[in-house]
Structures are given as structure tokens and as C-alpha cells.
Design a protein around this ligand. Structure first.
Ligand code: AMP
Ligand code: ZN
Length: 462
């Protein structure tokens, strides 16, 4: 099946055809490094990770760029509040972002350009916009984009043209979509900026947030590239303004497909750093969450629907993952003479992939996976399984892991522990409950716990 993705620009699901054959150029808006990324941010980063994993699975080569926003209103404000330099603040949170992403098994981008390393590219682009009559220098020597000179303004958010008569301008990076205004490309220096400034043809200052992504995406992916992603809050003003600046500077198209993930909510409210109602990866790690459980919880909802995060769903996610582990070990221990890596592709695997190919329908894909697990256990119990089925099953699980990253790596149970587990099982068979309980305690003392699941008892490190 061909890939179908929902394009925010057309408000339709479209067949995905890359601009260059077999090669996809992908830009994803990265973190603003003034604080730890929260799991809402990671919902968006995981949706982008899934998209990339699927493109790779379909044998496209992918060039993926994710920027690091290390200069904007929020980073400056926070470094002043914390009494540290901008660099100290942004280095700390950039490092944390990388370690959280790696822990969550997010595939790395090809490059993570930092805004502060691309000020020249931004200045050049702003100059182009001035030369072409799409920008003007204000009295304070800030530079603004003039939206009324760009007739296509509003094409991503579908703003009505009468709203564009506004002659106001806004210096802030973020504002509401009911009052589109001339926005800042370059912000003249203010004392609150401290020692954060660069020279420019218009005087001391710093770039606006939106120009950062236009300049960096075009530098690394070319003027016109395939997919640009972010969360829905990026649609306006950030992505609308990126389109306006980029298209006005080049007189060409900028991005073929815009994809946005809905927000993660916490008990019904948007999870956001500025509201303070959020969980960091660190918080969840401390509570014993694994990367697979977090990935499962965040991928369990379709990326275009709001998803509510609740700690109460953890057990459900752990049980779901445990079922995958159980079927995997059942298949692995099924007696097969030799591995035949090129085993057949099951119908379930085909349906699982088709669901993801249809605008990344993860809830449907997971439902197919769980039906397959149930059926597979039944077939094995009925002795209807042969080595071809086993290999097909193991191949399917490999595909699931490559696409979703929800299967934990194999736990190596030491021989001594396995012997105790077997001894306890034997004691239980003989209805020798006292010995079974003693062995359970001995295992706990050695740092291993036993858990009963629908598919039998499993042994895990505590
Ligand atoms: P920021 O660090 O604020 O620049 O955000 C990084 C990414 O996370 C952007 O793509 C945002 O759109 C996205 N994002 C922010 N809040 C949420 C949320 N509650 N749920 C999902 N994505 C979010
Ligand atoms: Zn961006």
C-alpha cells in the first residue's frame, strides 16, 4: 500500500510522493532548551520518530534535521531568572534532551543545528525580505515582516483575508491566531537581553524565533523539501510565519507536506512548561517507568487526537507489553531446528503495516497486534503451529519493534536464578506450597521478582 498522510496545508489525507525518488527530506521543530522537555513534547517527538521509522521501513533514505532553539524570548527570560548565562542554560537542557531522547529509543536526527550557530544565515534571509519589499525596519531598528504585502499569508491556518488589514505589529514570538500581525524577524537590543546580542546591518539585536527554522531548514534541506512536523501549537504563528518568510524570500514553494500532532493533556488540560502541569522523563523514570511503557502510552492514541496522560494507565500498558514479551519467549522456545530469517509474512503483519501506512494509525495497529497474540497462543496450545509459523511470528515481532520500539530488550536471567524458578515451578506442581513460597522469598532476596500473568509466571529483576 502507498503511504497516506494528513497534510495540514490541504486539510486532507494525501498520497505521499517524495520530491526526489526514494529520498525523504524531513524537518522537525526541536525543543526550546530553557527547561527539561516534558512528555507532551515527547509525544510530538515520538510521533515524528514513528513517521521516520515507517519511512525507513519503506526503504526510503531519510535526511532528518531537528533544530535546537537556543535563543528566543523564553531562553533569555529563564537565563536572567536563574542568574546564569544563556549558554550555560541552553547547554544543560540540550544535553538533557539528548539523554532523554536516547533513553526513549528515539532515532537520532542527522543533524541538530543550533539557532545561535546560524545567525548569519538568518541575517541574509532578513536582508532578502527587505530587498524584496516584504519587510521593514521599525523606529527602534527591529525588522518586521509585513503580512499585508504577502497575499498568501494565512494559508496554513486558513485565516480570513479581512483579518489581515491589521496594521499592528508584535514583537513577541508567540501570539493568538485571531489577531495576525506583522511579526519580528529581528529584534533590536533591549537592556533585558543582557549580553545576548549580535551585530547586524540594522544594529545590535537578535533574531525572532520564526526566522530560525526557515533559515536552518533551507540550509540543510534545500528551498523545497518533503515534510515539516511539529505539535499543533506550532501551526500558528510559527509555521504560518515560516511559510510566509521562506516563500517570500525565494518566490518558490517551501514544504510539500505539513504534519502536526495533537497535544498531550494532563487530566484534561494541555500539558505545558509555562503552566507547570507536566511530567518530565526524569519524574517517570524515578517512578519505575520504562522507555517501552512510555512509548506505548504515547503511541496508543492516534497522533491527530488529543491524548490524556494519566498515571493510572501504567499497569494496563505494562500488562500489554508483558503479553508481547510472553508470546516472544513462547515462540523463541518453540522447538525449531534452524532459524529461517526469510519466513513468510503473515496476514496480521500485512494489516499491521497497512494501518500505519494509513496516516500512522497506531491504535488500529496495536489492536491487530493483540488479536494476533491471542490467536497465536491459541494455535500453539492446539498444536497447530509449525516452524514456518514460528518464524513468521518472530519476524512480525521484529517489525513491530522496528516500527514502534515497545518491546524491551531480552532480560538475561542468570542460570542460578533460572534453576530456582524451575525448582519453584516443580514445587508448585507437587502442591508443595511452603517450598514454593520459600523459593519466591529467596528470589526476592537475590533481587528477582515473580509476576503472574495470563500467560504464566514471569521472572524479572526488582
Ligand atoms: P517547545 O520545546 O515548546 O518548542 O516544543 C517542542 C515541541 O513539542 C513542539 O513541536 C511543540 O509543538 C510540542 N509540544 C508542546 N507542548 C505539547 C503537548 N502538550 N503535547 C504535544 N506536543 C507538544
Ligand atoms: Zn520551528
Amino acid at each position: 500500500m502507498t503511504l497516506m498522510f494528513y497534510n495540514t496545508l490541504s486539510r486532507k489525507k494525501e498520497k505521499f510522493i517524495p520530491i526526489e525518488k526514494n529520498h525523504v527530506r524531513l524537518y522537525t521543530c526541536g525543543p526550546t532548551v530553557y527547561d527539561s522537555a516534558h512528555i507532551g513534547n515527547f509525544r510530538t517527538f515520538l510521533f515524528e520518530d514513528l513517521l521516520k521509522r515507517l519511512l525507513l521501513f519503506k526503504n526510503y533514505s531519510v535526511t532528518h534535521i531537528m533544530n535546537i532553539t537556543d535563543i528566543d524570548d523564553k531562553t533569555i527570560r529563564r537565563s536572567n531568572e536563574d542568574g546564569i548565562t544563556l549558554k550555560e542554560l541552553t547547554h544543560k537542557y540540550t544535553d538533557l534532551f539528548f539523554s532523554d531522547s536516547t533513553w526513549l529509543k528515539i532515532l537520532p536526527a542527522d543533524k541538530y543545528p543550533k539557532a545561535t550557530d546560524h545567525i548569519n544565515e538568518m541575517i541574509q534571509m532578513i536582508q532578502k525580505l527587505l530587498d524584496r519589499g516584504f519587510a521593514y525596519v521599525a523606529n527602534d531598528k527591529s525588522v518586521f515582516f509585513k503580512i499585508s504585502n504577502y497575499p498568501d499569508y494565512g494559508k496554513l491556518i486558513y485565516i480570513k483575508s479581512n483579518l489581515l488589514q491589521s496594521s499592528n505589529r508584535i514583537a513577541d514570538d508567540e501570539y493568538e491566531k485571531d489577531s495576525p500581525q506583522d511579526f519580528a524577524l529581528w529584534k533590536a537590543y533591549k537592556p533585558a537581553d543582557g549580553d545576548v546580542w549580535w551585530d547586524s546591518p540594522w544594529g545590535k539585536g537578535r533574531p525572532g524565533w520564526h526566522i530560525e527554522c526557515s533559515a536552518m531548514s533551507m540550509k540543510y534541506l534545500g528551498q523545497y523539501f518533503d515534510i515539516h512536523c511539529g505539535g499543533v501549537d506550532n501551526i500558528f504563528p510559527h509555521h504560518e510565519n515560516e511559510i510566509a518568510q521562506s516563500c517570500a524570500a525565494t518566490s518558490a514553494n517551501f514544504v510539500k507536506m505539513w504534519m502536526h500532532s495533537e497535544h498531550l493533556q494532563i487530566e484534561g488540560d494541555k500539558m505545558s512548561k509555562s503552566e507547570g502541569n507536566f511530567y518530565r522523563i526524569e519524574d517517570l523514570k524515578k517512578q519505575g517507568y520504562t522507555p517501552e511503557v512510555i512509548r506505548f502510552l504515547l503511541l496508543n492514541g492516534h497522533y491527530r487526537t488529543k491524548l490524556n496522560f494519566s498515571l493510572s494507565k501504567r499497569t494496563e500498558a505494562e500488562q500489554a507489553i508483558q503479553r508481547i514479551i510472553n508470546i516472544k519467549s513462547k515462540l523463541k522456545t518453540f522447538k525449531i531446528k534452524e532459524e529461517n530469517k526469510s519466513g513468510p509474512i503473515s496476514e496480521h503483519q500485512k494489516n499491521f503495516i497497512s494501518a500505519l501506512e494509513d496516516d500512522l494509525d497506531t491504535p488500529k495497529a496495536l489492536a491487530i497486534l493483540y488479536i494476533w497474540i491471542k490467536d497465536t497462543f491459541k494455535e500453539i496450545d492446539k498444536n497447530n503451529f509449525n516452524k514456518i509459523n514460528v518464524q513468521a511470528g518472530l519476524n512480525f515481532l521484529e517489525v513491530v519493534e522496528n516500527l514502534l520500539g515497545i518491546i524491551p530488550p531480552k532480560i538475561n536471567i542468570p542460570e542460578k536464578i533460572q534453576k530456582l524458578v524451575d525448582k519453584r515451578l516443580y514445587a508448585k506442581k507437587k502442591k508443595n506450597w511452603e517450598v514454593a513460597d520459600l523459593i519466591r522469598q529467596e528470589l526476592i532476596d537475590l533481587g528477582w521478582k515473580l509476576e503472574d500473568t495470563v500467560d504464566g509466571t514471569v521472572c524479572k529483576p526488582i
